[in-house]
Design a protein around this ligand. Sequence first.
Ligand SMILES: Nc1ncnc2c1ncn2[C@@H]1O[C@H](COP(=O)(O)OP(=O)(O)OP(=O)(O)O)[C@@H](O)[C@H]1O
Ligand SMILES: [Mg+2]
Ligand SMILES: [Zn+2]
Length: 246
Amino acid sequence: MKKIEKRMNLIKVNGFTKDEEKQYDCPVCKDLEYIIQGNVARDCKCKEAKNYKRILDKSGITKAFMKKRLSNFNTNAKPKVIIKAKKMAEDYVENYNNLQNEKHNSIAFLGQVGSGKTHLSIAIGNELMKQNIAVLYMQYREAIIALKQNIMDEAYYQKEIAKYKNAKVLLIDDLYKGKISATDNNIMFEIINYRYLKGAPIIISSEYTTEQLLSFDEAIGSRIIEMCRGRIIEFDGIKLNHRLAL
Ligand SMILES: Nc1ncnc2c1ncn2[C@@H]1O[C@H](COP(=O)(O)OP(=O)(O)OP(=O)(O)O)[C@@H](O)[C@H]1O
Ligand SMILES: [Mg+2]
Ligand SMILES: [Zn+2]
């Protein structure tokens, strides 16, 4: 009997037992993410971090990609266009909220293979997520194949494509990689046009130039160009391939 009482005393802390305490990620709010103070509920300190984690988990950005930051995008002794691209990425992150009142609220990195297009796109995504802005990563080729495979299953297809239409920010990596069919264009038109009409931002990386994007499909290309107006970088020349840099 005494033994049990002693144990009870040991584990009773702040009205709940240590065993119970262990079950919560945040013992302060017991994972409610808010605390009642008087008559008002206030957000617990853990809420922001948990929001961030939720956004990160849903983003589709892999652990390796999470390491692509603006801070580790090197511009030392790099050509002017690389410096300009980084500056554009930094400005975009800084002004993201203001830009959302405008039609031109997107950004594109185009051209030369290995020039850092994906790195900069993901780095922007990572910075936005830190501000609790949800970003969805769409690896173009994989996503388009998956959508096409399910095109006959109307309900599933609509659910899948809705993710890309409705994401707060959509990061399209390697747009038009691989052969382009009429179906690919139809799918992309559905996504791009929906976001265009809604004023929902996109971050785009593609090895093609604006001219090529227009030549593949003018309806899609011209919408992208309009959404990204003032924020399109075209990398040109093999010298910009970071993979080949010494
Ligand atoms: N300025 C830079 N500083 C540091 N790392 C860089 C820089 N530019 C590119 N890299 C790195 O070089 C590799 C290639 O860059 P990235 O994948 O972003 O190129 P890309 O333009 O998207 O190429 P691709 O057209 O093949 O998709 C990545 O590992 C990236 O992190
Ligand atoms: Mg890339
Ligand atoms: Zn908490």
